[in-house]
Design a protein around this ligand. Structure first.
Ligand code: XMP
Length: 616
């Protein structure tokens, strides 16, 4: 559990070349019940001597390009089974003397392959469909290898050296679209005979690790209301006892309805009483007055959080441990050397620096990993008991620890809370060069607000288009199709909505809006209506997330609009608009329109991409 070392002996290690799917591979192997960890692509072979198997991931570059990520060639001489996937497959071929070059035809998406018998494929159909995504291909096999699968355009779609237990596969066995992908991965895993892994065994040994790491010290922990910090806090309490743990929950005024009470209630049967609740909502609202820009809002919320934390820990007389002079100066304002370390609910995906980080386009710095925290981690001032777990494992552990099912399976909620769901603006966004005539839809209205979207590798900041229909209780397939085609064709629209409250476009009346108590309360009520409705109709766990957003305009003066944004997803990287049943939509709309201050309701029909899940 120490911050850098992972217990990799006996596990399958994924060396990450920066592909999107490294976590998918590791979490699938865990689901099989075996240990799996992700390490940087250039990890030295010497460090890997005791692992059970090595998987080389995909990656965005070409293996022959200068500066492309490279593994230690000695990993191929350890006598441990190796499987290269996509870039990993090409790296194995090139490293062992084969040839990699651009393919004549690039293959993206579904492709049929024909396979021959081999450890990985025997017993599978002779032909099956796989998911490819590559421009380069292996042109010549290295010595000692044979081809075990081919597609029409890629002869060496899979290869093996049976004597050395080294395999390479061009296609992505880890994605659901590849037929038999899981069976192939499972066969490789069985060849490696890794050590088993389960949340129960993890829970059994993690206690000893925490005791070792914390020693004589105590742990101070910010509990956000989210699943991860709640589970981490519970675990620390169980292991260390309440005298050695102190939790702080800062009520920002931007939390969901009843959230603070639900967390307090969940802790009662577990005997956890050491959670200090600090109502700092007034402070947050004061700091957010007249702040309109999305990133500025996030910055103000983050800063206010830190101020409150410092204030409360000083008031409580908690002396946080200090590190080296540089860490100390960066944390100016903290009291002298103390005996409290910081607890964080960081989970596994947030801790991994991918091998391709320096090469990939977009990496967001997780707030648990800002520079100062990173330094504190290196100096042993931080404990993160969930840092080896995936989200669903954290949830299982939460249940093991006795937290209520509804609490640990709640929808993900952004750190800045309702703050990112109140769309703020001082004046209407100018509708530059947009006219409805641009679209062959008479019943539509371009809205005077912009939201964030994602297209290709970049983020967009564009207008939303609302569609109207005489029968306005539920959108049709055609409306959903327009939600895909319009953002693809338009340079000014990135989201398509369906109006649930009006049959025809209406004259919009804009109301300047920043985050304050009144509109936070209003949105909180609308959000609660939605949560209750989908719980009642048993859809809560089918829908992955359901942001409810407040917009700064309505039909009448001082009125605002609500957006419903239900989505299906597995990892938030991509998402599809979830199609709610008509009666659920009608009930939600009716209840929301009864709220004082709301006179329009829209449903967001946009997938991600081109929209993002949140509006900003
Ligand atoms: P997007 O909007 O980028 O969101 O499609 C993907 C996932 O991330 C969550 N999200 C956030 N979480 N702080 C957070 O802790 C944030 O500022 C933030 N913005 C988006 C979002 O709810 C979704 O699950």
């Amino acid at each position: 559990m120490s911050s850098s070392a992972q217990p990799i002996a006996g596990s399958i290690v994924i060396l990450d070349f920066g592909g999107q799917y490294a976590h998918l591979i590791a979490s699938r192997i865990r689901r099989f019940g075996f240990k799996a960890y992700i390490l940087p692509a250039d990890t030295k072979a010497q460090k890997l001597q005791n692992v059970a198997g090595i998987i080389l991931s995909g990656g965005p570059q070409s293996v022959y390009e200068k500066g492309s990520p490279q593994a230690d060639p000695a990993v191929l001489d350890l006598g441990i089974p190796v499987l290269g996937l996509c870039y990993g497959h090409q790296w194995v071929a090139q490293t062992l003397g084969g040839k990699v070059a651009p393919g004549i035809v690039k293959e993206y998406g579904p492709v049929d392959i024909e396979r021959v018998d081999s450890d990985l494929f025997s017993g599978l159909p002779k032909r099956f469909m796989v998911w490819m995504s590559h421009g380069d291909e292996v042109k010549e096999l290295p010595k000692g290898f044979v081809t075990i699968a081919s597609s029409r355009n890629c002869i060496h779609a899979a290869m093996m050296n049976e004597a050395r237990n080294i395999f390479g596969i061009q296609f992505h066995i880890e994605v659901v679209h590849t037929e038999h992908g899981m069976e192939i991965l499972r066969r490789f895993v069985d060849l490696c005979s890794p050590e088993s892994w389960s949340i129960e065994s993890y829970a059994a040994h993690v206690g000893e690790e925490i005791l070792k790491e914390v020693g004589e010290k105590k742990v101070f922990m910010l509990v956000s209301g989210g699943v991860d910090s709640t589970v981490a806090f519970t675990l620390l309490n169980k292991v260390l006892g309440e005298d050695r743990v102190q939790g702080l929950l800062v009520d920002t005024g931007l939390m969901r309805k009843g959230e603070v009470a639900a967390i307090q209630k969940a802790f009662v049967p577990l005997g956890i009483r050491n959670l200090q609740i600090e109502d700092a909502s007034e402070k947050f609202f004061a700091a957010l007055k007249d702040v309109y820009e999305p990133e500025a809002k996030r910055a103000v919320i983050g800063r206010t959080f830190l101020d409150v934390q410092r204030e409360v820990s000083e008031r409580m007389g908690l002396r946080m441990m200090e590190g080296s002079p540089s860490t100390r100066s960066a944390r100016s304002g903290q009291s002298p050397i103390g005996d409290w370390m910081l607890g964080q609910g960081t989970i596994y995906p947030d801790t991994i620096e991918t091998g391709g980080t320096q090469h990939s386009d977009k990496i967001k710095t997780h707030h648990n990993r800002v520079e100062l925290v990173q330094k504190m981690i290196e100096e042993g001032l931080v404990i993160e008991p969930l840092k080896e777990l995936y989200k669903d494992e954290v949830r299982q552990l939460g249940e093991e620890l006795g937290l209520p099912h509804e609490l640990v399976w709640r929808h993900p909620f952004p750190g800045p809370g309702l703050g990112v769901r109140i769309l703020c603006a001082e004046k209407p966004a100018v509708l530059e060069k947009i006219s409805n005539s641009q679209f062959p839809i008479s019943n539509s209205l371009v809205l005077p607000v912009r939201s964030v979207g994602v297209q290709g590798d970049g983020r967009t900041y564009r207008h939303a288009l609302a569609l109207f229909a005489n029968n306005h209780s539920c959108p049709t397939d055609q409306h959903y199709e327009l939600a895909s085609s319009i953002p693809n064709e338009s340079k000014t629209i990135n989201r398509v909505l369906f109006c649930l409250s009006h049959a025809k476009p209406f004259e919009i009346t804009f109301t300047p809006t920043y985050i304050e108590k009144g509109n936070a309360d209003l949105l909180r009520e609308a959000d609660a209506i939605v949560t209750d409705a989908i719980r009642e109709s048993n859809l809560y766990e089918t829908i992955w997330q359901f942001p409810v957003v407040l917009l700064p305009f309505g039909e009448k003066k001082d009125m605002r609009s609500i957006i419903l944004r239900p989505i299906e997803s597995t990892d938030a990287m991509t998402a599809a608009a979830y199609r709610l049943p008509k009666d659920v939509l009608q009930n939600i709309t009716k209840s929301i329109l009864k709220l004082k201050g709301i006179d329009a309701v829209f449903l967001d029909l946009t997938n991600k991409p081109p929209g993002t899940i949140e509006w900003e």
